[in-house]
Design a protein around this ligand. Structure first.
Ligand code: G4P
Length: 529
């Protein structure tokens, strides 16, 4: 098979949702279709249990599992599907944002009763900013929930999407009879007793066919006809190009738990979802069809085994063919590296591969060469953009609690930051270090891992920081910028890349500072150019 065919075959995507909407259940059902797992329940364990904030055993266990489930690959109808795992727990949102730089499309799962929730809003916003194609799956139709039209309105308003339903429910909860698959022009019936799909789907191109009344009853048939008429009037026709441009989002209804409506979603997904897309780099747009290999690191995972201090760097292949035992240029280090045991990921296992293609993820054993965002090429000097850091939400000073172990502490912090567990800021004034995280849970994770993996101890101290703002002056030599630096000296720090950051203590300060120094731009994201 040549490169073009390999690319066309691949669909690399992520599933995003608010916790508990059904992401894990849906993932599992999709894997069942690929024959990638034998039984339901296999992916289940990849969840940080609610309230487990200080259960370190749980965190450790999760870390082990999450390597295995970081990428779940399977083949369905000749398509190679790579699902990239995105942690649902809000404290790990940063991980999810980064993973979204490596997907070509996403499926958004929404709970029919709860509607659009906070975490979904944030994640969809990141996808919208990047014009990532999205399909919406409204889940738990076997339960009482919101009216379908109200929910579609809510999705449009809260998520800023332009939806087009490609399936439509017949009843809901107790009265749930099934769905009409607008895309496939089929009727899928649901039996509440067996909690299963009753049939493979009955072809129904003409909804006026009296057979519909016989099957679902006259009232339900009439309601369905009216509702579908309304769908046709209110929503635009599905337009694949608009979907691929991120301007239109198809919606499916179903119940992941009952494996209802999932096959319809998957069949449509493999038809319309994009194969690996071109990616912008510092010098040019890199097309997946180019012969020469390029790729970038979007995730780093520390090894579970404390005796082997190596880590796994997850590389998304952007173009060309990645080959085992071949020299590739690590652009940032200006160094050639070769990998004797690159891992590919399948549903529950990983194995060494000889070749991987665009859209695939390879796991490379790393002894400290990689940072998130690093690019590998066959020699060309370019760097992929778009693995930004967002301003953390929580900040604390980090202190060395064991003076004999300061080297270990420095090394541990350095490596944990490379993994993207948190961000480190060093104050210009006195060199003190401030750790910023998305959720409070990471502080405990860091303390625990420093002690168990690096033999170092740290303590934390409160610091009054609201947001980290990356500073972009119009001119480095302007008087305004000099004045800004002098006045704000106490709050200025460097991030790990050496970029200037202003640690603002309140939203008011950010606003005032921006007004006072208009030529000094403040950004909440590290990659602002
Ligand atoms: P998440 O990964 O998005 O956090 O959600 P997950 O799949 O774990 O689903 C959250 C809960 O919702 C689970 O119940 C799951 O069984 C349930 N669920 C998922 N899909 C459906 C559906 O279509 N219908 C109904 N009625 N429930 C659904 P749980 O009680 O929290 O977990 P468990 O005890 O079943 O493991």
């Amino acid at each position: 098979m040549d490169l073009l065919q390999e690319i066309e075959k691949r669909r690399t995507f992520g599933i995003i949702s608010h916790p508990d909407a059904g992401k894990t259940t849906l993932t599992e059902k999709l894997l069942l279709y690929g024959g990638a797992i034998q039984e339901a329940g296999a992916v289940k364990s990849n969840k940080i249990k609610k309230g487990a904030t200080s259960d370190f055993m749980e965190i450790e266990r999760q870390r082990g599992i999450s390597v295995a489930t970081s990428v779940l690959a399977f083949v369905y109808k000749d398509k190679k599907i790579n699902i990239l795992d995105t942690p649902g727990h809000k404290d790990f949102a940063e991980d999810t944002y980064r993973t979204l730089t490596a997907v070509d499309s996403v499926i958004v799962v929404i709970d029919v009763a709860k509607g659009v929730e906070a975490q979904t809003e944030k994640l969809v916003e990141v996808c919208r900013m990047r014009n990532i194609p999205m399909i919406v799956f409204i889940n738990k139709l076997d339960r009482e929930g919101k009216d379908a039209f109200d929910l579609l309105d809510e999705v449009e308003q809260k998520l800023g999407l332009k939806v087009v339903p490609l399936s439509f429910p017949i009843g809901m909860g107790y009265d749930f009879k099934g769905i009409y698959n607008i895309w496939g022009k089929k009727l899928n019936l649901f039996s509440g007793d067996t909690k299963q799909t009753v049939s493979e789907g009955i072809e129904f191109t003409d909804l006026d066919d009296p057979q519909l009344d016989e099957i679902i009853g006259e009232t339900a048939a009439d309601t369905l006809r009216e509702e579908l008429e309304l769908v046709r009037e209110v929503y635009p026709d599905f337009d694949k190009k608009a979907y691929l441009d991120g301007a239109l989002q198809p919606v499916f209804f179903g119940s992941a738990l009952n494996n209802f409506g999932v096959k319809e979603l998957l069949d449509c997904f493999i038809d319309i979802a994009p194969s690996p897309q071109p990616k912008m780099s510092s010098t040019r747009l890199v097309d997946s069809k180019e012969k020469k290999f390029t790729g970038f690191v979007f995730k780093i995972h520390a090894n579970m085994d404390p005796k082997h201090r190596d880590r796994l760097a997850f590389v998304k292949i952007v173009s060309g063919v990645f080959k085992r035992n071949t020299n590739y240029l690590h652009v940032k280090l200006g160094k050639k590296l070769k990998f004797s045991s690159p891992n590919a990921f399948f549903a529950e296992k990983k194995e060494i591969v000889e070749e991987s293609f665009p859209g695939d993820i390879v796991g490379l054993h790393d002894t400290g060469n990689f940072k998130i965002g690093d690019t590998l090429t066959e020699g060309e000097i370019l760097e992929f953009k778009g693995v930004p850091s967002f301003s953390p939400e929580h900040f604390r000073y980090v202190n060395n609690a064991d003076p004999m172990k300061s080297k270990q502490l420095a090394k541990g912090l350095d490596q944990l930051m490379d993994e993207g567990v948190a961000q480190l800021f060093t104050l210009d004034l006195n060199g003190r270090k401030v750790i910023g995280t998305v959720g409070a849970l990471q502080f405990e994770v860091i303390q625990y891992r420093l002690e168990h993996e690096y033999g170092a101890k740290c303590s934390y101290e409160n610091v009054n920081v609201h947001k980290a703002c990356w500073v972009e002056p119009e001119s480095e030599s302007s008087d305004e910028f000099k004045e800004f630096k002098r006045v704000k000296q106490r709050y200025l720090a460097k991030d790990k890349k050496g970029q200037l950051v202003f640690l603002a203590d309140s939203a008011f300060t950010v606003q005032m500072t921006q007004e006072k120094y208009p030529s000094v731009k403040l950004h909440f994201v590290s990659e602002y150019k």
